[in-house]
Design a protein around this ligand. Structure first.
Ligand code: ASP
Ligand code: CP
Length: 305
């Protein structure tokens, strides 16, 4: 990458030039994938290890596929099947992986800052695949890629992020990344799920979804992060869906060519209705496809420093 950074830890600190370069290379990677060529020699001889301490379908699989399509050696470790269950620390686990010759370690961990701690202590490049409630930078990049594909640019767009902002690392990466690239970002969600620092990081806060989606170019839905929530933040799923769920009615207030995104997994009928998920203005499936191309681009740049 232009900045010669070793790791990808967050979009808050990522220079604009690096974001642009990753997104640019992802265009070529996507062309390669859609041309049916699913084998390139770019990562031949490189070793990519995925260390997942939390569940994942999209992120883990897309790093796995990206590595394999680019001819890397690739392996996965999960907390339950590793010596973590015997009491080994994260750092010792990572050093073990490092001395086995990993070039890139992709890590998802429930503790905010875990990838940063790792990056300081291993020689391999570290990619944050989601750290607690902090950041999910590769999701932020693939969301940006999808927006640019559909809208031509991020600059000048009005983006509304709806739902459980407090516990969402996707929200933070999107707010930092999209603002950096020239979008204006607003948020709406229950007050119990709105972080205190939200205005400090530049997002306008609305009390209602109606206000937030008015004239929006892009609406991003967030899942209720029940695994990170304390009890009693909202009465029940039906109430939540009525006031904070994204549905056709509320979307009528957005721009006529609104684009709807969601990082997945989706809880249909809770944070977003099923008809919106499947509508032609929703790019939720394309986000998943683009995730492979964006992660190919990330691995490509990190391994050619
Ligand atoms: N998959 C995303 C994450 O891991 C979003 C979610 O789980 O709701 O942060
Ligand atoms: N969007 C996302 O990170 O999905 P997974 O949790 O399935 O990886």
């Amino acid at each position: 990458m232009r900045s010669d950074k070793k790791d990808i830890l967050g979009l808050q600190e990522m220079p604009i030039a690096d974001i642009e370069e990753i997104l640019d290379t992802a265009i070529s990677m996507k062309k390669l994938l859609s041309s049916g060529t699913k084998r390139t020699p770019h990562l031949q001889g490189k070793t990519i290890l995925c260390l997942f301490y939390e569940d994942s379908t999209r992120t883990r699989l897309s790093f796995e596929l990206a590595s394999k399509y680019m001819s890397a050696n690739q392996a996965n470790i999960t907390a339950s099947g590793s010596s973590v269950s015997k009491g080994e620390t994260l750092l010792d686990t990572a050093r073990t992986i490092d001395v086995m010759g990993a070039d890139v370690i992709v890590i998802r961990h429930p503790m905010s800052g875990a990838p940063h701690m790792l990056a300081k202590n291993v020689g391999a490049s570290v990619v944050n695949a989601g750290d607690g409630m902090h950041e999910h930078p590769t999701q932020g990049l693939l969301d940006m890629f999808t927006i640019i594909e559909k809208k031509g640019s991020v600059e000048g767009l009005r983006v509304a992020i709806i739902g459980d902002v407090q516990h969402s690392r996707v929200a933070r990466s999107n707010i930092w990344g999209l603002q950096k690239m020239g979008a204006s970002v607003c948020v709406a969600g229950p007050p119990t799920m709105m972080p205190r620092e939200i205005e400090r990081i530049g997002a306008e806060v609305f009390d209602t979804v109606h206000e937030a989606v008015t004239d929006a170019d892009v609406v991003i839905g967030l899942r209720l992060q029940l695994e990170r929530q304390k009890q009693g933040l909202y009465p029940n799923a039906r109430e939540y869906s009525k006031f904070f769920g994204i549905d056709q009615n509320k979307l009528r207030l957005a721009k006529p060519d609104v684009l709807v995104l969601h990082p997945g997994p989706v809880n249909r009928g809770v944070e977003i209705t099923s008809d919106v998920v499947d509508a032609d203005y929703s790019a939720i499936n394309e986000q998943v496809t683009n995730g492979v191309a964006v992660r190919m681009s990330i691995l490509y740049h990190l391994t050619r420093r």
